[in-house]
Design a protein around this ligand. Structure first.
Ligand code: ATP
Ligand code: MG
Length: 221
């Protein structure tokens, strides 16, 4: 089977500073890979390189290849918006918009589905992230009124709504209390049935708890 992600001799520089040096690895579909390493070693740079979020940084330069399901994501014909739909990113600080919970879930998908399917989709993905029971009576409330832990689950629901196959999670629990962090950890374990997850974490215990594979990074300078 084709790996979900293949990284081949990846080298990343910002101007004259090399952050990733000739890194290669393969990530199997439906697995959780934890990425661990000291601050500044390039973990976020690596994740962002997998969905081309670094493209607009002026002196960013990349060499080598990144393949998603066998397809080179840096090929000039690649539709970057479609890539970002398939490869979703979850940040340390939950990314929610100043709109209702309902609208947040539908944010990236509204124009692509029938209005009659909105409610079913919202219930399906909010159930998947274990948030439905907590919010089903307040779907019209502002998403910013949710707790930070709930907001993080909402952000994950939004990536599921657009149909992301790969989820890149950059320290998704570091701004959460232990109970909310645990909720995200068990969610990660359940999501790998249908998704491939890369998880950057500073917590070795978390990496051991949820991951199938570990990548250790170090500062190269
Ligand atoms: N836009 C940028 N321009 C220049 N240098 C950058 C840029 N983004 C990151 N860097 C540098 O690249 C290196 C790696 O940064 P990155 O954010 O990937 O590290 P990290 O491993 O995620 O760190 P942390 O654990 O603190 O989040 C750092 O030295 C950082 O200063
Ligand atoms: Mg980082």
């Amino acid at each position: 089977m084709i790996p979900a992600i293949q990284i081949k001799n990846l080298t990343v520089t910002y101007g004259s500073i090399k952050v990733i040096d000739d890194f290669s690895c393969e990530v199997k579909e439906n697995s959780v890979t934890a990425i661990i390493g000291p601050s500044g070693c390039g973990k976020s740079t690596l994740l962002r390189s997998l969905c081309r979020m670094n493209d607009r940084i002026e002196d960013f330069h990349i060499a080598g290849q990144v393949l998603v399901k066998g397809e080179n994501i840096y090929h000039p014909n690649v539709d970057v918006y479609e890539l970002r739909r398939r490869v979703g990113m979850i940040f340390q600080k939950p990314c929610v918009f100043p709109k209702s919970i309902f609208e947040n879930v539908l944010f990236g998908v509204k124009h692509r589905i029938d209005k009659k399917d909105y409610e079913t989709l919202v219930e399906r993905v909010l159930t998947k992230v274990n948030l439905w029971e907590e919010v089903k009576d307040r779907l019209k409330s502002l998403a910013t009124t949710l707790s930070v832990g709930q907001q993080q689950r909402l952000a994950i629901a939004r990536t599921l709504a657009v149909g992301s196959e790969i989820l890149l999670m950059d320290e998704p629990t570091s701004s959460l209390d232990p109970k909310s962090a645990e909720a995200i950890e068990s969610l990660i374990k359940s999501l790998k049935t249908h998704h491939t997850i890369l998880l950057v974490t500073h917590q070795h215990e978390q990496a051991e708890k949820v991951s199938d594979n570990l990548i250790f990074c170090n500062i190269i300078r």
